[in-house]
Write a protein that binds this ligand. Structure first.
Ligand code: DP6
Length: 326
């Protein structure tokens, strides 16, 4: 059987950084995110007896050997779950251009997990699908459920998974993504996670995580945007402090990244409320209430020197679609 899945990328309000088990991708802390409706991956998978090897293709992109290996390992996991022996053909497409500094592993592994299990004849629960996606890429487990999501760190393979806190319609928040370069990042996030231990600041960060997770959940519950935004920025800065103080240090920011951070603070003083967050790269995500998304976009455009802007609203999680890629 052939199956195709669509999976959103997600932006973490509280970030995952550092693993207590590398192989199982068990994180050091819970994290919270929102699925993005304008940044997604589509993946079609088919297992057939006549295939002699797994064939992996990305439409419009060259796929690195390392990436192809990671995808084949994931197919092996799925073969292990189902007992299917056949090799697979995988065709995938991101709706955002490669090299924009937007991570594709979350949406990529979420889409692959659903498409491949379905193609292999397996109907996993949302929880089990989230666990499977996590084994491919940690943040991918958060792209499985709908809308606003929490990933429970857990203490074993079965206890570390994500679930939906609220559906996408719960709160009209926008994530205005400012892409500041088309050059790919030099340190992949998997490498960054393993360097986290070398930062003397990691202990301090981890100590504050439970409190921050509780505070974000409270802010979501009360739809308190100011409270939410303040913690989101605090967590992004704490994450980048760990990155910058790792050995060797990881410096993802570019001058434009800093320029946007300072501008956002200025806009707030002028009455336009938005808050920044940054993942493993120089791209800045500006969170605001949807009513303000056009104003934020206009302000960003005025700054100049930004390669691309993508305006997102909350999205549902990973789901099957009927249109196959081959
Ligand atoms: C900074 O999920 O890409 O975006 O598990 O090694 O694939 P692996 O890492 P990945 O890490 C994402 C890190 C982050 C923060 C976050 O999304 O929570």
């Amino acid at each position: 059987m052939k199956a195709t899945a669509k999976a959103p990328a997600n932006i973490a309000f509280i970030k995952y950084w550092g693993k207590k088990d590398e192989k199982l991708r068990l994180p050091l802390n819970n994290s919270i995110s929102m699925n993005l409706d304008r940044i997604f991956s589509l993946t079609t998978v088919e297992f057939l007896p006549e295939f002699t090897e797994d064939k992996v293709e990305m439409i419009g992109e060259k796929i690195e050997d390392k990436e192809a290996c990671r995808i084949k390992e994931h197919l092996d996991r799925i073969r292990g779950l189902t007992g299917i022996k056949f090799k697979a053909r995988v065709v995938s497409k991101n709706n955002f251009p490669k090299g924009t500094g937007i991570a594709s592993s979350a949406s990529g592994f979420a889409a692959l997990s659903l498409a491949a299990t379905k193609a292999a004849g397996l109907d996993l629960t949302e929880k089990d699908l989230s666990i499977l996606a996590r084994l491919g890429s940690g943040s991918a487990c958060r792209s499985i459920p709908d809308g606003f999501v929490e990933w429970i760190k857990g203490h074993s393979n079965e206890t570390s998974f994500a679930y939906s806190l609220y559906p996408p319609s719960y709160w009209k928040i926008a994530d205005v993504v400012a892409i500041v370069t088309k050059t790919e990042k030099k340190v992949p996030s998997s490498e960054g996670h393993s360097r986290a231990e070398s930062s003397p600041f990691l202990k301090v960060r981890i100590m504050s995580m439970e409190k921050k997770v509780r505070a974000v959940k409270k802010a979501l519950e009360g739809r308190d945007f100011t409270r939410l935004g303040v913690i989101i920025e605090e967590d992004a800065l704490s994450l980048h402090t760990v990155m910058m103080t790792s050995r060797p240090p990881i410096l993802y920011w570019l001058p434009k990244t800093m320029e946007i951070i300072l501008a956002v603070q200025q806009w707030r003083q002028e009455g336009l409320e938005s808050y920044f967050t940054i993942d493993a790269g120089p791209t800045v995500h500006l969170l605001c209430l949807s009513d303000n998304k056009d104003k934020v976009t206009q302000k960003l455009k005025k700054l100049g020197g930004i390669e691309d802007i993508i305006i997102n609203e909350p999205a549902k999680g990973t789901h099957l679609i009927n249109k196959h890629l081959f």
